[in-house]
Write a protein that binds this ligand. Structure first.
Ligand SMILES: Cc1cc2nc3c(=O)[nH]c(=O)nc-3n(C[C@H](O)[C@H](O)[C@H](O)COP(=O)(O)O)c2cc1C
Length: 229
């Protein structure tokens, strides 16, 4: 973890719950203020900003993309990174979040591709909603988002947060801060050090096809080429 001056980056932060007083939205607020304190630009959204009707291929083929997906697309394009605090429903991700991701993935160029993301969750349960994050990784990684390996899940979240929005347990609060700081280090490295050698080839099981291959390569000099589906 680095402690020097930070480089600029912009992060979109939202909780994936429509509920008033959502635990995940409260965690998203804490993440947003932590990132802002460390010097990044924060675009704070609410899940209501991205509300979409259920995905319908006939609607899409009629030339319409849900407005909520279009708004998420615009805010993703403007961001270097994404932090989502998501509830766990029935040991998985909320259907409404998957629906927004599905709609948004239909926009070309596909806007999740190449974004860095950090996932977190809050739940009254002892697992903190962590299983839902494992299912959320799947569509995001499939779409070319680099999902940070560490995830933060707050167990017994209904009693774990203080009235000032911070986590009561000092050790957990420190772990939260460290996870965010290490994520920021990685995003800054990916954004500001073009000599970083990157090779990213997503194998989707199809035959190679330049129009849809998701390949990002750079040689050691940092010259980069990319294609996205
Ligand atoms: C349909 C449904 C399924 C749920 N399933 C789980 C679950 O599998 N694991 C869990 O920890 N909490 C589960 N919960 C409880 C949620 O974690 C809890 O309602 C939480 O507060 C939702 O997040 P929010 O406060 O951000 O809205 C479920 C809640 C609902 C409504």
């Amino acid at each position: 973890m680095r402690t020097g001056v930070r480089c600029s980056a912009r992060v979109l932060v939202f909780g994936a719950s429509l509920r008033e007083n959502s635990l995940n939205d409260r965690l998203a607020v804490l993440a947003a203020s932590t990132v802002a304190e460390k010097g990044w630009l924060v675009d704070r959204a609410t899940f209501a900003d991205f509300e979409c009707p259920s995905y319908d291929a006939d609607v899409e083929h009629g030339g319409h993309i849900a407005d909520g997906a279009q708004r998420l697309r615009d805010r993703l394009v403007a961001a270097d990174a994404l932090i989502i605090a998501s509830p766990e429903y029935n040991a998985s991700m909320p259907g409404a979040l998957k629906n927004v991701i599905d709609w948004t993935s239909r926009i070309k160029p596909q806007p999740f591709n190449g974004k860095q993301s950090l996932l977190m969750s809050a739940s009254p349960s002892m697992s903190g909603g962590n299983r839902g994050l494992w299912s959320l990784r799947i569509p995001l990684e499939h779409l070319g988002t680099r999902v940070y390996p560490d995830m933060f899940s707050l167990a017994e979240a209904h009693v774990a947060m203080a009235s000032d929005g911070r986590i009561k347990d000092a050790v957990l609060q420190k772990r939260f801060d460290t996870t965010i700081e290490c994520f920021m280090d990685l995003v800054e490295a990916a954004k500001h050090y073009p000599a970083l050698k990157k090779q990213w080839v997503e194998f989707l099981g199809e035959h190679p096809e330049p129009l849809i291959d998701r390949v990002e390569e750079s040689d050691a000099s940092g010259v980069q080429s990319g294609a996205s589906s």
